[in-house]
Design a protein around this ligand. Structure first.
Ligand code: IPM
Ligand code: MN
Length: 362
């Protein structure tokens, strides 16, 4: 099984290094090859997603990704900015289904900004469509306005669009995921204003006819943002478009106490996927050895489960993570009184040790 390892920028290199250690201790036939991506690739190859990196990702069975981005590239033309690497990978690998679980770990209930009773036991899954919507819709650009409020002035525009097959396939993914959970899907839209999302709502409703055992409800995105902080446990699976999913998944992540805990998977139609932490490159703390590697380690577990058909190995990682949390080890982002603050490396090595110590008896 071949894994393309793309650490990227900022804390990406530090956290991916720990996930690689964890994969190595499992003694699986994994072949890992590393390549630069994002700003790191721009520095060495003049492009955030060099051909060699894209080719490696295409040939691999799965991609383990760190994070990309740094303010120092903000002045570059858009096509050369680090973020284009992840957008380009999603598009060229056809990774349309993005799974972003938001789970509140028992030991971290008090790290949430919400009251403990609102988040205790929280386990929701945001499924974000990842290759359509206003992120990729054409046309886009800048021009001189010919109409609108200020004709003759400079303007910028993007295009929000979804085709029927794009909505159908992500709806199927959501209903099938719900079947393995609490059988409830909330489709988030803005059908009261946007034609794209009236269409979204109509198509999701049609697909739902094939899943009578799953409950479906619809919610406007503004209300969904509110309900997520009011009563997050009412959700099970949330399915939504690319941009709303971007925003709501950050919000949901924060409910759990730390975005540093949350993995993600981006899958194509054959379950080949790219796995990355839900957080970004955090250039402000890069190189300090304080980043939380658990989101990336848990992303590696998702990779074993979804793309590499190794559910037992994935479960070993997940229970090792539970065990280090139970031991009271915390990186700075999840530290609280009475727990032990550890570095990125200490946390990774504690997970490795917990896996090695686990006899498989549990
Ligand atoms: C994410 C990120 C990306 C996105 C950026 C880095 C392009 O915010 O994965 O959520 O907007 O999709
Ligand atoms: Mn985002």
């Amino acid at each position: 099984m071949k894994i393309a390892v793309l650490p990227g920028d900022g804390i990406g290199t530090e956290i991916v290094a720990e996930a690689v250690k964890v994969l190595n201790v499992l003694e699986l036939p994994l072949e890992m090859e590393t390549a630069p991506v994002g700003g790191a690739a721009y520095e060495v190859a003049g492009h955030p997603l060099p051909d060699a990196t894209l080719k490696l990702a295409q040939q691999a069975d799965a991609v383990l990704f760190g994070a990309v981005g740094d303010w120092k590239y903000d002045k570059l033309e858009r096509a050369l900015r680090p973020e284009q690497a992840i957008l380009g990978l999603r598009k060229s690998l056809g990774l349309f289904a993005n799974f972003r679980p938001a789970i509140c770990y028992e030991q971290l209930t008090h790290a949430s900004s919400l009251k403990p009773e609102l988040v205790a036991g929280l386990d929701i899954l945001i499924i974000r469509e990842l290759t359509g919507d206003i992120y990729f819709g054409q046309p886009r650009g800048r021009r001189t306005a010919v109409d609108g409020h200020f004709p003759g002035s400079e303007e910028a525009f993007d295009t929000m669009r979804y085709s029927r097959p794009e909505i159908e396939r992500i709806a199927h993914v959501a209903f099938q995921a719900a079947r393995k959970r609490n059988k409830k899907v909330t489709s988030v839209d803005k059908a009261n204003v946007l034609e794209t999302f009236q269409f979204w709502k109509d198509v999701v409703t049609e697909v739902h006819a094939q899943y009578p055992d799953v409950e479906l409800d619809h919610m406007y995105v503004d209300n969904a943002a509110m309900q997520l902080v009011k009563a997050p446990k009412k959700f099970d699976v949330v399915v939504t478009g690319n941009m709303f999913g971007d925003i709501l998944s950050d919000e949901a992540a924060m409910l759990t106490g730390s975005i540093g805990m949350l993995p993600s998977a981006s899958l194509d139609k054959n379950n080949k996927g790219l796995y990355e932490p839900s957080h970004g490159s955090a250039p402000d703390i890069a190189g300090k050895g304080i980043a939380n590697p658990l989101a990336t380690i848990l992303s590696a577990a998702m990779m074993l489960k979804f793309s590499l058909n190794q559910p037992e190995a994935a479960a070993r990682i997940e229970s090792a993570v539970q065990s280090v949390l139970a031991q009271g080890l915390r990186t700075a982002d999840i530290w609280s009184e009475g727990t032990r603050k550890v570095s990125t490396r200490e946390m990774g090595e504690a997970v490795v040790a917990a896996i090695a110590a686990d006899t498989g008896a549990t």
